[in-house]
Design a protein around this ligand. Structure first.
Ligand code: SF4
Length: 375
């Protein structure tokens, strides 16, 4: 998430606001929303203060810094910061429901915490209410969002109310779907327009359980996948490409083809070089180019079983050209960057690029700008 330093000109305001230009305030006005007006000059500040004095207490003024019309921000006046939680111009959008998790994955990009953070569900609902232009797709993640299953159900209901056309994608390890209360909360009235993104890291319990550092997780995740199938919910399986997973990738893809043919898609993802991946660098850092033959073989196995698959977080110069059509621009906008070398690359426009922290940590491969588009 982007953090912007702001000069908040109105005292006593905090929490979720929609950024709106003073000229479009009247058109967007709703008395149950909070608005933040970037004021370019003293006259604009005075105008907004005047409205507040007349009773419009849900408007705040801020200096003009780094915010865009339609941004949904969380204001923290104590630190003079606004966290941008939703930006209309982004390609990827997400709601974050908890930082708690029941797994402890070796390459987790966002290590879990134990504190009660139930307020995040209310914040997510507030974000949905404040957004001006609904996104086509909203990601819902954590931590493990099923730890807040009742809250997740409320988020689904709010999305259905406010953004009826929006598809939700829930990133979950699926383990809690074996719990009858979780199933009841989520599937008493099964959601429509929801897709479930579920990681699977091995074709046997000891492999998957090792990666997620949780005994019993493999069986629970498979149970969860079968529950989702029974509920006719679309599933994308996610495989993060770290060394112990690459070592069994063929077998894992065969296992998926034989036993989980109902999944809609498999995403093979390069590891994000942050969080626990830094502590487990010996098994998480690899050159994707070296893994090219293994990725090609995995793709052929999945093709043989007619399982649709994509590559995520994988720059084109790291992949065999045969796999380029399956590569997606998957890195969230606020995490995404390109290296200087990319400026002279002919496929930059369709390449996912790099995680912003590649400089500090590691690159997925030695970059090789492509001179002419191959595919
Ligand atoms: S050089 Fe940069 S833009 Fe080109 S394929 Fe590699 S990462 Fe992508």
């Amino acid at each position: 998430m982007r953090q912007v330093s702001v000069n908040i000109r109105t005292t006593g305001v905090r929490g979720i606001h929609r950024v709106v230009e003073v000229t479009s305030l009247a058109e967007q006005w709703q008395d149950d929303l909070q608005f933040l007006v970037p004021a370019p000059d003293a006259a604009a500040i005075a105008q907004v203060e005047n409205w507040r004095e007349k009773g419009l207490r849900n408007i705040a003024v801020v200096g003009v810094e780094g915010l865009e019309e339609g941004d949904i921000v969380d204001l923290d006046p104590g630190r003079g910061k606004a966290t941008v939680l939703f930006r209309e111009s982004d390609v990827h959008h997400s709601l974050f429901l908890t930082n708690r998790c029941n797994s402890y994955c070796l390459m987790c990009s966002q290590p879990p915490t134990r504190q009660d953070d139930g307020w995040l569900v209310d914040q997510a609902i507030d974000i949905v209410r404040h957004v001006r232009v609904p996104p086509a797709v909203i990601g819902i993640s954590g931590g493990e969002p099923l730890l807040a299953a009742a809250g997740l159900e409320r988020v689904f209901a709010t999305i259905k109310d406010y953004w009826p056309e929006t598809a939700a994608e829930v990133l979950t390890n699926g383990r809690l779907l074996h719990d009858a209360r979780v199933r009841q909360a989520l599937f008493g009235d099964p959601p429509t327009n929801v897709r479930w993104l579920v990681p699977l890291y091995g074709h046997a319990d000891f492999l998957h359980d090792f990666i997620v550092q949780s005994p019993g997780a493999f069986d629970e995740t498979l149970d969860g996948l079968l529950t989702l199938q029974e509920m006719r919910q679309p599933i994308q399986l996610r495989i993060v490409l770290i060394q112990p997973v690459l070592d069994v990738l063929d077998e894992l893809c065969r296992f998926i083809g034989k036993n989980l043919p109902f999944v809609e898609c498999v995403a093979l993802m390069a590891c994000e070089p942050t969080g626990f991946a830094l502590a487990n660098r010996d098994i998480c850092e690899l050159d994707l180019c070296d893994a090219g033959p293994m990725l090609d073989r995995a793709s052929r196995v999945l093709d043989r079983y007619q399982v649709r698959h994509v590559f995520m977080n994988a720059p084109l110069c790291a992949l065999p050209p045969r796999l380029w059509p399956r590569a997606t621009r998957s890195i969230s906008d606020w995490k995404n960057t390109y290296a200087d070398a990319c400026t002279k690359c002919s496929v930059r426009d369709r390449c996912c690029g790099l995680f912003a922290w590649h400089e500090k940590n590691w690159k997925p491969t030695k970059l090789k700008p492509i001179e002419e588009a191959i595919a």
